[in-house]
Write a protein that binds this ligand. Structure first.
Ligand code: ME8
Length: 665
């Protein structure tokens, strides 16, 4: 820790122009795991998350929704809070940049930097991207787009306030040099070094006041630039500058963010602002890669990435697992497969594969078979003197190594590495049961052999449940319940991870399967792939495995199946009858492409052609073109059927709010 009082960890504060999705959930879950680990180690911990509200894109989204920006921000910020509660996130604070406590601190920072000469007045003429909320240089823009992100840029010409970023290059380089742990992973540190060595320019820190944002002190014609405002949240939450205890929290130990907001903002601007204020820099700034969906960044603006609630609901319906278990299964997948050094493909099939292979067939199996054998061969009671007799055995030795490795990973901010390590112990637990074969020993009347094998397996399961406590909190708790330990207070990490903690004579519960297997036969083609993956990689079912089949899943389609259908808002341009056809109309429909599409629709009995031009409707945009009466139809209109069987077109409820080409989900 950068200071010895409190472990302080932060997520980015998320823009409220869209709802949380599995990308934002990943960063939040990574922080949650790390915060829970430090609490379990007995350290005071402060975990901060929240929402970033003063972006132009938030004001734009509110305008489209037709509500005042603050009302819009309240609503979407609430969605983030709800989602984190739903996912059992253990944050200690939730900050909103529209709160008075934050506005006061931003004002104070602005004033102090003005007073020291770090903020000065200037005129800005250049490019701005609303999607990135970033100013770009000429060399960073090509064909009207930011090269880095591909987002559209617009030319702005405003009188603004500037921050003297250029003055901090050398000091930043010196700090990075002196503190190798400051910027991680190494590839990103190198990127930052190159960015700073390329020459830092002063940065605009205010924008014209259009009614949304924190006013610049003594100049209400301007509001503070959203990034300058947002970064300060990390300081606001400590109570700086007035609260007596702010420096027990500051500096933060870890800012965890996605890679797109790493170099420019968290690794350069923010540390320079802190230097300007004379405050210490955070211990570590860590950037992870993106989830890609079909090779593209998963993003709320693209609507190509599901919400955690959608994924959990889906997993519950496919597996029959409880929602709380499904939430931990999602945690497992996100924490295990996100990458710090590169991007990773997010796919439901990968999640289901992890569920069946790792959770059901490995962890669930180990727990079930151990408890089942204990119940059959030893009346469900923990064997006598097991701790001493197994202390030098394979599982005890490995468990000792794994505990150290998991601790090393968690201290290095790597929950995925910790999970990979824990699964080595899970596999070894199953392997040990296969080798010691208690069922054979039981048959041969080797009571002591059975007792020792079962004690070792049980103790491995108990230690696994402790190691999983910060990572999969619900599953860890259920494991402890089944081991009969739920009434026992959880001691600290060092104590609980020591071999031999399970006391002889304790009664375990009859195990209930936590992870019902996903029945790959009754599910779609997607799960057929899954069958291949799991059947090829798994050993034959071990003896005594008694996991009941999941109830047959209803014939739902998956979110991935639905995502294949591209629905768009279209605006009808022309409509006419097709000669010789009583039902067909030939339409041209603008769906935001260069030229309108020709679409044939069987709606002539419901609509007069002249009533249609200008109407906004819903179009299936990626239907293969087909010919009808010699004419090509390049899409389909969505319609309901009335009592007489007539087609009734679907319209957006608020047609003025959506443009042709807008996605329908
Ligand atoms: O950037 N894969 O907010 P934001 C992985 N308000 N993580 C992803 C992701 C993906 N496809 N998409 C989003 C902002 N994330 C600013 C931050 S902080 C002072 C201000 C995660 O709502 C990832 O952590 O655009 C990323 O950095 C963050 O969400 C961006 O959230």
């Amino acid at each position: 820790m950068a200071h010895d009082s409190t472990f302080y960890i932060t997520t980015p504060i998320y823009y409220v122009n869209g709802v949380p999705h599995v990308g934002s959930a990943t960063t939040t879950l990574l922080c949650d795991a790390l915060a829970r680990f430090h609490r379990l180690k007995g350290e005071r911990t402060f975990f901060l998350t929240g929402t970033d509200e003063h972006a132009q894109k938030v004001a734009d989204a509110a305008l489209i929704a037709g509500v005042p920006a603050q009302e819009f921000a309240d609503k979407v910020s609430g969605r983030f809070r709800e989602c984190w509660e739903y996912l059992n996130i253990s944050n200690d604070d939730f900050i909103r940049t529209s709160e008075p406590r934050h506005q006061a601190v931003v004002t104070e920072v602005f004033r102090r930097l003005q007073a020291s000469g770090d903020i000065y007045v200037g005129k800005y003429e250049g490019w701005y991207s609303v999607a990135d909320e970033t100013f770009f240089r000429e060399s960073e823009v090509k064909d009207g787009k930011a090269i880095e992100s591909g987002a559209k840029v617009e030319w702005v010409s405003e009188d603004n306030y500037y921050f003297k970023l250029s003055a901090y290059g050398d000091r930043l380089l010196a700090h990075i040099e002196l503190h190798p742990e400051f910027l991680q992973p190494e590839t990103r540190r190198n990127e930052v070094l190159a960015f700073i060595k390329g020459g830092l320019r002063d940065i605009v820190v205010s924008r014209r006041n259009t009614g949304w944002g924190i006013p610049v002190p003594d100049d209400p014609s301007q509001v503070v630039y959203v990034w300058f405002d947002a970064l300060i949240n990390y300081l606001t939450a400590t109570g700086w500058p007035g609260a007596a205890s702010w420096d027990s929290l500051w500096p933060a130990d870890l800012h965890l963010v996605g890679k797109e907001i790493y170099t420019r903002f968290h690794a350069t601007l923010w540390p320079a602002m802190l230097m300007g204020l004379g405050l210490p820099l955070p211990g570590t700034v860590l950037g992870h890669g993106w989830w890609l969906v079909d090779g593209e960044k998963g993003a709320k603006s693209k609507g190509n990435i599901p919400t955690p609630q959608e994924v959990v609901t889906e997993l519950v319906s496919l597996s029959g697992a409880s929602p709380e278990v499904a939430k931990d299964a999602l945690r497992y997948y996100l924490l295990r497969d996100i990458s710090f050094t590169s991007d990773a493909e997010y796919a439901q099939s990968h999640l289901l594969s992890r569920y069946n292979a790792d959770l059901c067939n490995k962890l669930g199996n180990l727990l079930n078979r151990t408890l089942k054998m204990l119940s059959q061969y030893a009346g469900g009671v923990v064997p006598e003197s097991g701790a001493e007799r197994t202390a030098d055995g394979t599982l005890a030795t490995l468990s000792h190594e794994i505990v150290q490795d998991v601790e090393r990973c968690m201290l290095a901010f790597d929950p995925g590495g910790a999970l990979a390590s824990i699964w080595k112990l899970v596999e070894a637990g199953n392997g040990d049961i296969d080798t010691t074969a208690p069922w054979k020993r039981h048959k041969a009347g080797d009571t002591q052999g059975v007792a020792d094998a079962l004690y070792a397996a049980l103790e491995a399961v108990r230690i696994i449940s402790i190691l999983l406590t910060p990572l999969l909190p619900h599953v860890a708790e259920v494991m402890r319940q089944q081991l009969g330990l739920s009434e026992m207070p959880l001691g600290d990490w060092a104590h609980e991870t020591r071999w031999g903690g399970l006391a002889s004579g304790m009664k375990t519960l009859e195990g209930q399967p936590i992870f019902p297997r996903i029945d790959t036969k009754t599910n779609s083609q997607k799960q057929k792939e899954l069958t291949t993956v799991t059947e090829n990689t798994l050993p034959p079912p071990p003896p005594l495995l008694d996991v009941p089949e999941a109830p047959p899943a209803p014939t739902y389609i998956t979110i991935d199946d639905f995502a294949k259908i591209q629905l768009k808002i279209g605006q009808i341009v022309t409509a006419e009858r097709v000669e010789g056809a009583t039902k067909l109309l030939k339409l041209t429909v603008d769906i935001g492409e260069e030229t309108p599409r020709q679409i044939l629709a069987g709606i002539a009995e419901s609509y007069l052609p002249e009533s249609l031009p200008g109407k906004k409707i819903v179009v299936v945009a990626n239907l293969a073109p087909r010919k009808m009466r010699g004419l090509e139809s390049q899409g389909m209109l969505m319609a309901a059927t009335d009592a007489e069987g007539h087609a009734i077109l679907l319209h957006p409820a608020d047609p003025d709010a959506v443009r042709p080409g807008a996605q329908v989900r």
